[in-house]
Design a protein around this ligand. Structure first.
Ligand code: ATP
Length: 354
């Protein structure tokens, strides 16, 4: 089945439990127009369950799912105009690459010639046109995953769902497939919904990022906005290649106090205990300030991260690779006050000052 471009996906109060485990809790979400949506969160937070509910492999306990103007939660998977790719490519091993991709079109009512054109065009986009005659069992993992993406997309679904599709691949191959996926998204009229627990994939692929925890959507929006402006400590800690640094602190007006240090903030807050958080790129070497010792240096080629031991704390700091530092050096550093994020100590929700 093949249809018009998916203009909207709407989830209304979706709930799904397995016995006493509530995997998805009252989730609502609307996407209008073409989007690359990434659903990210730690293992067990309900991502796969939600994807399977949208695909029709599971039924919600309550709530409704809309694709364009059709309510689909009771529709069978093949009636939803959706294609899905899983972590495991699941091809027919003894069939050729061509036949595996064409399988997606078997029930589409296309002529053999049209089907052939589509298969070849899709194979070309994914760089597997040279493999069409090869048996699927004779492919590498990266090639298999490309074939399974081609098989899903050759049908031109409105909604393309991917569940941890690249997680079994090595880092370089993942980066290459991310690029191809981004290109495919530009070329096709389909909304992509991609599930991952990989922070880098979440940040780089999404135009709309959803961070999920324990069956609940924590925040939805532009990935950079979520990175810079997290709604709660969980989102702040989940995003970013390196952990955000956190400390128990006390704020009163525009003064933030922790251990024996004080920092003047640009906003003012009601007096309260807080959790302060600051990203590694917002620690700065200074002539005076906190004195810490470098206990780990990680050179990543273009970038360098260090771990700084300060009192009983360990901070991640991003360092310009041109700065001359040595393991076990004692250094002075400070936090950039403009970049400090404050969270309620109990609810861990973000605090916004005046
Ligand atoms: P992962 O990233 O590890 O795949 P996930 O975010 O996709 O995790 P789900 O697979 O949706 O999470 O699982 C959500 C919760 O539901 C987990 O606590 C999981 O143990 C539970 N769960 C999932 N499938 C079943 C099942 N068939 N029966 C019972 N519990 C299940």
């Amino acid at each position: 089945m093949e249809g018009e471009f998916c203009m909207s996906l709407k989830l209304e109060h979706i709930t799904k439990s397995y016995g006493c485990i509530e995997a998805v809790k009252d989730v609502s979400f609307t996407s209008q127009g073409k989007h690359f949506i990434v659903l990210a969160g730690p293992s067990g937070c309900g991502k796969t369950t939600l994807l399977q509910l949208i695909a029709g492999f599971l039924k919600p306990d309550s709530g409704s799912i809309w694709i364009d103007d059709k309510e689909v939660q009771h529709a069978k998977p093949h009636e939803r105009d959706i294609a899905m790719v899983f972590q495991d490519a699941a091809l027919f091993p003894s069939m050729t690459v061509y036949d595996n991709i064409a399988y997606g079109l078997t029930y589409g009512g296309l002529s053999k010639q049209e089907a052939g054109q589509r298969v070849r065009a899709m194979a070309e986009v994914l760089g597997i046109d040279g493999l069409l005659k090869r048996k699927a069992e004779a492919l590498s993992n990266g090639q298999k995953q490309r074939v399974s993406i081609a098989r899903a997309l050759v049908r031109r679904p409105k909604l393309f769902l991917m569940d941890e599709a690249f997680s079994a691949l090595d880092t370089r191959l993942k980066a290459q497939l991310r690029l191809e996926l981004a290109k495919l998204y530009q070329q096709l009229d389909a909304t992509f919904l991609y599930v991952t627990h990989d922070r880098l994939e979440a940040m780089t692929l999404a135009d709309t990022l959803i961070v999920m925890k324990e069956g609940v959507f924590q925040q939805i929006g532009d990935p950079l906005k979520l990175y810079r402006d997290p709604a709660n400590l969980f989102v702040a800690a989940f995003l970013g290649t390196y952990e955000i640094n956190t400390l128990q602190a006390y704020v009163d007006g525009n003064i933030l106090a922790f251990e024996k240090e004080c920092i003047k903030l640009s906003n003012t807050y009601e007096a309260q205990e807080v959790i302060m958080a600051i990203r590694p790129e917002h620690l700065i070497f200074s002539k005076e300030g906190m004195r810490g010792r470098i206990v780990l240096v990680e050179h990543l080629g273009d970038e360098c991260y260090i771990r700084l031991a300060w009192q009983d704390h360990l901070f991640y700091m991003k360092v310009d690779r041109k700065v001359n530092i040595q393991l076990y050096d004692e250094v002075c550093f400070r936090f950039d006050p403009k970049e400090i994020l404050l969270f309620d100590k109990t609810s861990e929700q973000r605090l916004f000052g005046k």
